[in-house]
Design a protein around this ligand. Sequence first.
Ligand code: GLU
Length: 280
Amino acid sequence: MDIHTRFAPSPTGRLHLGHAFSALQAHDFARAHGGRFTLRIEDIDGTRSRPEHVAAILTDLDWLGLRWDEPPVFQSQRLPRYQAALDRLRALGLLYPCFCTRADIAASLSAPHGPDGPLYPGTCRSLVAPDLARPHSWRLDMAAAAARTGPLTWHDAHAGTIAADPLAHGDVILARKDAPASYHLAVTVDDAAQGITHVVRGADLFAATHVHRLLQALLGLPTPDYRHHALLTGPDGTRLAKRHGAPTLESLRLVGEDGRALADKLRKGEVPVGFAAIQA
Ligand code: GLU
């Protein structure tokens, strides 16, 4: 099998140690199997993505000694593909326009919680003659979608065979008011279009895979194998975040740290004092 992995950062900030750890996992898995490694810049969020973050990502990865086999792919240049996928789902009658704001949803106190916060309460699911001239997102009617595919499974190298549970996510957004595709849609379309055989990414995205598996089934796309890896944690045991004061790779680079030496330490599981790697 021709193994193909990817690292898919969103250029909404500088990379930190957790990103380095993740990029190494994806890169080394491909290299260990004579496969290919690709870089995909997930820049569909035009309000938060910045060219200077893209430039820093490329320099940081190079500094770590990572090489990618093809020119980086930019999601902002692939919008027609996401549009085609949306059109297909809309033709199946599985999408509906949603006019709710975050505040509207937060105000709906009865909303139960899913993996990513409150579940959408379905306010706009059955609107008659919605006014598409008003700003709106597009949501997936999850119950109808899951009924259409029937039970699905996917495989994770650490967790084994998993029964997909997309209903736990509720009616997810597939196209946003301010972005033509959501993370769930773009990542599913691109992993298939690029022929990614193994999705190597952090365990924080484990739950999202339930949605991706469903979208693959609806869109007739192949299902890659998944390897959700341990996350680097800060001194308080929670996932590494800015509040831990974790240095960016750029700041380490600029003070003259050796990127390849850092990469080799991370490979051996040696993380800087105060940090740890845990399987979430
Ligand atoms: N772009 C996503 C992020 O930065 C990762 C996407 C993925 O690996 O599936 O968190």
